[in-house]
Each structure stands twice: as C-alpha cells, then as structure tokens.
Design a binder for this molecule. Sequence first.
Ligand code: NAG
Length: 320
Amino acid sequence: MVHIQSSIFSGLLLATVASTSLIPSFPTRLIKRADTWGGSVSLGPTKSTIINAVTTIIPGPAPPTQNGELFLWPGMSNGTGDLVQTTLESWPSNSWCGAAAGQWCVRASVFGSFGQLDGSPGIVSGGDQVRIEYNLQSDQNTWLQTVTNAITGQQLSTYSHASGPYMRGYGTGTECDDSCTGTIAAQSYLNTVITLASADTTFGNTIASAGGATYSGLTSSQGGKVWSIASINIPAMIKTSTTTTKTTTKTTTTSTKTTTTASVKTTTTSAKTTATTTKSGNGCTASQYAQCGGIGYTGCTSCASPYTCKYSNDYYSQCL
Ligand SMILES: *[C@@H]1O[C@H](CO)[C@@H](O)[C@H](O)[C@H]1NC(C)=O
C-alpha cells in the first residue's frame, strides 16, 4: 500500500516550493497525474528544525463507498528525506482494519525511498478526535509517532523510524488517489503545536493555505521556538446534502447552502438546518478556541465574552 508523496507539492510546503532551494523536484515516478488534492495548510521550511509536532484531527465521516483511495494526514518532511505521515485512510473496503462503511482506518506511517512503512491500524469514526504526535527521540534520529483517541486516551497506532533530525516543514494533506471518492465532510485540525529545536521568529511567515483551507489562531511562544495553530479547517471536496436536526431549547440558526458536486458535475441544492442548543442555567462557558458545539459534543455551548461560537463543520464549532 503505497501512498504517493506528490502531496508535498500541493500540501506540505506548498507556497514555499517555488521560493526555496530546500525543496528539490521529486522523481516523476512518484507523481501520478490522476491524483487530486483537497485543501491544505502548511508551515515551513523553518531555519531551525522541528523536534515535536502534535495535532488533533476530527476527520468527519469517510465516504460510505469509496472508489480509489482517500488519505488524510498531517505530514512532516524536509523535502528530500522521509515524509512522516500518520494517515487516515478510506479504501473500497476498510474491513482490513475492522472499520465499517463511513469509518476510517488510521496508521502511523512513513513514506521514503523504501516505500511506505506502516504501524498496525486503528479504527476512527467521523466525530472522533484523533491526536497525532511526532516526537524526535533522544537519539536525535528516530521519530516516534503516537496516535491516540484524544477523548478516551486509547492508542490507535504507533510507529518508530529513523528519519533524521532535519525536519523543516509540516502541513496537512488530503490526498485523493486513483479517482477516489473525495471527502464528504470538512476536516478540523485542532491545537496544532510545532516545537522547534531553537527559536525561529519568522517561521509563522511561511504559513500557506490552498484549496479553500483556512486557519485561525496562529501564535508563537518561547521567543519563536513553539508555534501553535488553534484551528485548521479543510473543506469537503464533495458537498452532500445533510440535514442535521437537533432539539433546540433557545436559539436556532438556519442557513441554506447551494453546492456543486465536482464528481458528477451536477448541481444539488441542500437545505441545512443547524440547531444550536444553549444549555439553560448551568453558566458553563468555553474559552477562546475551545470547542462549543458539534455532533457528539456534550460540553459547554456558550463562549466566554467576547468570543462567539462559530460553526466550522457538523462535528465542530469553536469559540472565536
Ligand atoms: C533531509 O533529512 C535527511 C535525513 O536526515 C538528510 O539526509 C537530508 O540531507 C535532509 N535534507 C535536507 C535538504 O535538509
């Protein structure tokens, strides 16, 4: 199972490819013209090196049926060496990891000159929060990938590989191979934190987004050694009609979306009703950047002043 690394062009280091000598051309054998890409957000290259990177992805449901292969991953590379890429995968059947239709398989994974190396897989549902950490071990050479359910702490996959100390770029990839069925839901990456070996005050200037992806809350601390992105939102590749109905106790917001499905080139109109439930009387408020809504979410639905609860996707609303 080889996923193709051409993603580094369209995802990781996207905007910096043209302007840096760090990123050489990839061998053309690695690039499949049929592959397409969803939106992406990336950072890099840094003048320092990355020593730790952590994010939490909420993938939304996988397409119930899949043509080709669909991969979602946060990736880290220096452009010539290995691509460290824990990958959420949707195949024509995901039974190989035990997943049902609409669920993902997830594997800690490394792509390099050797091909693809994978840890054993776990199962991910659309509303799950999947925490993915890449950590440079004390030998300054081995990268440990640890994939856990952020809510339950259950380990989903892990993998260790000696990919070297020179990781300079980090970014999201939504990779659609062999005419895949594209993503049908937006993906959120929460609280992405990249720690560098030493301060790089200009790392934040390298942030780039493509394909309609957005981000919010880019901040740094420790003089530019630690960089955080509170929220990244990657839009669905295929808009489907979904109707979400929830019990409303206080406020209801109704919006209508008109979307075109790319795959079949027809226009479909979907009326989407999103109901916001405001808990009465518990006085519970979520802080800036915290989650405040979404399918399966049971926490505070009000935001601390002056922030308001903004819809990101069906699985995630955030105080901004
Ligand atoms: C990328 O990392 C590999 C492995 O450590 C190293 O051999 C290579 O020189 C690095 N390339 C760049 C451009 O830093």
